[in-house]
Design a protein around this ligand. Structure first.
Ligand code: URA
Length: 448
């Protein structure tokens, strides 16, 4: 087979066979297919999409490009969660320890920042010493020990996705349902969980900018998972503004720790973050058979928070994965950015929207994400929102604070963030935070 022919075939809208996908993926993983040809192929997929059969074949090949873990000797229903990516989405940091504290084993394989969205691995690695690169043996050992592990893709887990994920990030080929589905499901199926909860984000800060597209992606993911015999539950949640208040790796760890300690999340800028976290952890506790409904799972999760068992589990996680527990327990000891700058409002009224895409992209210019494959992230950099949609604002109020080590990026970032806030005279109505639930049987509006 000739890669150029296969790229041309996809470019012209034809479907490829499983054997053709196998050829391309194995050549890519072996290093025989250069990045420029894979980039061209990905762009062709972006424009032409894939049939259902192609998506399934592609996912299977990505999955079996590496090992598929067997966790059957670990007691209990093992449950993982995946978000399709958003801005300020630090839900995994909160939910994984809460769910593990409820007695459900959580084997979590996470990704790095992608496009304008942040990644759980980058956030965890901002904790000094925290390691996410364990071998598979260590991965299973840790779940047995503390009921929770959060690692990145090793070379053994879906290596085709590992390479392609980084390439898609820098070739503007992320926002494509079959590529996202293959990427997510190959990692998640390889990780060995019995059940999976999905948080499919919808809105300007998400890869799926409309509910219709988000539903299409959720349907594809749930169908693939069910086809592999996994219990699946998906939710479509709002990403029309950043989730919570912090955007940027260590800043997001701080917000998560404050929520786990019970210091934030009730009536402040982290309220939406807590609501999404409790819903998804409730669903995981339910699928993990520690509650008889999602609602009861939410109650169990609230108890784990109130008794600080969730926070204790987070400290256990940091310790067992080599992180410095004292920097988490004493957040103020962490180094701070050389420069910080307030973004002030010149109007009075109410915040009617905050552009999450602009927030995500601007946080990258501050140092919080990558513009090139080998860029090094500044863990301290990012943005903290002081106002969220619906909040009243007076002229001169601080809307957000920027953190960075490079002085020259502050002025353009301040202008960009200032323009991302829209202020109107009357209090706007808020969009629903949790929109739909997606089950194997169908999709319905979420009514709590
Ligand atoms: N998350 C993933 O793991 N892969 C994607 O392609 C998008 C979000």
């Amino acid at each position: 087979m000739n890669p150029v022919e296969l790229i041309r075939k996809k470019r012209d809208g034809q479907t490829l066979t499983e054997a053709e996908y196998r050829f391309l993926l194995s050549a890519y993983v072996d290093g025989h297919l250069p990045e420029y040809q894979m980039s061209a192929f990905l762009m062709a997929c972006y424009f032409r999409g894939m049939s259902n059969e192609e998506t399934l074949a592609f996912t299977k090949l990505m999955l079996y490009s590496g090992e598929v873990l067997d966790l059957s000797d670990i007691p209990g229903v093992k449950v993982d969660k995946h978000s399709t990516g958003g801005v300020g989405d630090k839900v995994s940091l909160l939910l994984a320890p809460i769910v593990a504290a409820c007695g459900v084993p959580v084997p979590m394989i996470s990704g790095r920042g992608l496009g304008h969205t942040g990644g759980t691995l980058d956030k965890l690695e901002s904790i000094p010493g925290f390691r996410t690169d364990f071998s598979i043996d260590k991965y299973t050992k840790l779940i047995k020990e503390i009921g929770l592990v959060m690692i990145g893709q090793t070379e053994e887990i879906a290596p085709a996705d590992k390479r392609m994920y980084a390439l898609r990030d820098v070739t503007a080929t992320v926002e494509c349902i079959p590529l996202i589905a293959g990427s997510i499901m190959s990692k998640k199926l390889a990780g060995g969980a019995d059940a999976l909860v999905l948080d499919v984000k919808s809105g300007r800060g998400a890869f799926m900018q409309s509910d219709q597209k988000a539903i299409e992606l959720a349907r594809t993911l749930v169908d693939i998972g069910s086809g592999f015999g996994k219990q699946m539950l998906g939710f479509i949640t709002d990403m029309s503004q950043p989730l919570g208040s912090a955007i940027g790796n260590w800043l997001e760890v701080v917000e998560s720790v404050e929520c786990l300690k019970g210091n934030r999340g009730t009536d402040d800028e982290s309220k939406d973050l807590m609501e999404v976290t409790l819903l998804l952890s409730g669903a995981m506790v339910f699928l993990g058979k520690k509650a008889s409904s999602v609602q009861e799972g939410i109650e169990r999760s609230k108890e784990a928070l109130a008794t600080k068992k969730g926070y204790q589990k987070f400290l256990d996680l940091v310790k067992t994965q080599g992180g410095d527990v004292s920097s988490v327990d004493n957040l103020e000891k962490y180094p701070i950015s050389e420069f910080s700058a307030d973004v002030k409002s010149s109007d009075r009224g109410f915040v009617s929207s905050i552009d999450p895409l602009e927030m995500g992209l601007t946080s990258i210019t501050l140092g919080a994400g990558r513009q090139k494959i080998d860029d090094i992230i500044d863990p301290k950099a990012g943005i903290v929102l002081k106002k969220k949609v619906g909040d009243p604002v007076a002229a001169g109020d601080t809307l957000a604070v920027l953190y960075t080590d490079s002085e020259e990026v502050i002025s353009p970032a301040r202008d960009r963030i200032g323009r991302s806030f829209k202020i109107v005279p009357d209090r706007p109505t808020l969009p629903p935070l949790i929109k739909y639930i997606v089950e194997e049987e169908g999709i319905r509006k979420w009514d709590g």
